[in-house]
Design a binder for this molecule. Structure first.
Ligand code: HEM
Length: 401
């Protein structure tokens, strides 16, 4: 050693550098993920919730970023004291305690007013790009809420809206999820603006906001969903449009819905459209694709649907060649019992609105441990779900004042 002082000094410097890198390795992970906010929160000692609920925007399009985010998730697994990762995998309730909504920038739990503020920001932005589809992001956000919840399986109680695993490439790339990057990308800036919300809560809140802003009923909504790592991704079990009545019924069974609830939910096809580049199908179901109306049921019953003559997948078309129905939609019309429900909703818009609201609330709560909802409610200071006010209702109220 004495013979080579240069070597000795270099060795010391190298050891020091390795030691320092080890100490700041978590910070480096956050830096690699481009996530200053999570790093700042972590430094401020705000713990896991802020870390695991924060992820760089547009991660699903960028494998590099996704890997960096996976790295961010690692410390969380290490910190599940006394539990191995396998145990956590089988019990989503075990992590409920550490997954309260994150803190606001003032270091407080978000209040109902904070959630309403977030609702308003989303609502004001739906129509920001007149060139997107029919001029609104609301239908695609409604579909994101449905697809993030619709993986649920009542038999093993896996899947559902807890987790937001569509953040990761595997689930994002399920054929049924094609095009939902539009909804995720639309909502990502709100995650930046309101970093205390989990993606899983944001996506379902976005769906509720879409319904209400398109003129639909109030859907009482509860916070408490958490973002889970990629290995919680559920196998693809989402419907593709080719379903007949039996398969629509078994979809309802898997989700834990009855035929009436399922038929009420599919009425959401009054809004939005099919896109060739996503599903292969093409066209809207109704003439008012950005309004919450029971036109889906009236069109289904009253139009003279014919198979479309084209090079795309089998679908139905109206004589005016403006509207479409999927085989799965048309199945509701062919099945005697389901057709009775369609008739009821075509005749009674109010009945549909009421049933839809209940079924959609149930849908976006699938797979979420009740404990998560209870703890989040306590943190927010409410003893029930939050009922958001639509922008229109707020305007009417302020006019009345
Ligand atoms: C049997 C059940 C269902 C089937 C087979 C089905 C199938 C489809 C298909 C193939 C599309 C077209 C996607 C595209 O090309 O972009 C679509 C769009 C849509 N679905 Fe469904 N769906 C079902 C149930 C539901 C439910 C339960 C909801 C909501 C509660 C829903 C809401 C929507 C909405 C809003 C769109 C339009 C999205 C947009 O405009 O981007 N669907 N659905």
């Amino acid at each position: 050693m004495q013979d080579s002082p240069v070597l000795f000094v270099s060795g010391m410097l190298l050891a020091g550098a390795v030691g320092y890198a080890f100490i700041i390795r978590d910070d480096l992970k956050f830096w690699a993920a481009g996530d200053r906010a999570a790093l700042d929160e972590k430094k401020a000692g705000k713990g896991l919730s802020a870390i695991e609920q924060t992820k760089p925007e547009g991660v699903e399009h960028d494998e590099m970023k996704s890997k960096a985010f996976a790295a961010v998730q690692e410390p969380k697994k290490d910190q599940i004291a006394g539990k191995d990762v396998e145990e956590k995998k089988t019990s989503q309730t075990s992590n409920a305690g550490e997954n309260q909504p994150g803190m606001t920038s003032e270091g407080k739990n978000p209040t109902v007013e904070d959630y309403q503020k977030l609702y308003n920001r989303i609502a004001e932005s739906f129509d920001k790009n007149p060139d997107f589809d029919d001029g609104s992001y609301a239908p695609t956000c409604l579909r994101l809420a449905w697809h993030s919840s619709g993986t649920y399986d009542v038999k093993d109680k896996k899947g559902g809206s807890n987790g937001a695993t569509m953040r990761f490439p595997e689930e994002a790339q399920y054929p049924a999820n094609a095009g939902l990057n539009n909804a995720r990308d639309f909502l990502n800036p709100f995650k930046k603006e309101f970093p205390w919300i989990s993606y899983a809560d944001l996506w379902t809140l976005g769906g509720v906001c879409a319904i209400q802003e398109m003129g639909g009923p109030v859907v009482p909504w509860r916070p408490g969903r958490v973002d889970l790592p990629e290995d919680e991704t559920h196998a693809n079990n989402l419907p593709d449009g080719t379903e007949d009545a039996d398969r629509v019924r078994s979809l309802a069974d898997r989700l834990g819905f009855n035929a009436q609830e399922m038929t009420a939910l599919i009425g959401a096809h009054a809004m939005g459209r099919c896109h060739r580049q996503n599903s292969g199908y093409d066209g809207p179901w109704t003439h008012s694709p950005t309004s919450f109306t029971n036109a889906y049921y009236t069109e289904l019953l009253e139009e003279k649907w014919k198979p479309r003559d084209w090079d795309g997948p089998f679908q139905y078309q109206d004589p005016g060649k403006e509207l479409m129905m999927l085989p799965a939609d048309y199945a509701l019309n062919q099945d005697t019992d389901l057709r009775e429900i369609v008739k009821r909703y075509a005749d009674d818009d109010d009945a549909w609105r009421e049933d839809f609201s209940k079924a959609f609330k149930k849908l976006v709560e699938l797979g979420v441990p009740e404990d998560n909802f209870n703890k989040a409610a306590k943190a927010v200071g409410v003893d029930g779900p939050i009922s958001f006010k639509s922008l229109a209702d707020q305007e009417n109220e302020s006019r009345a004042d």
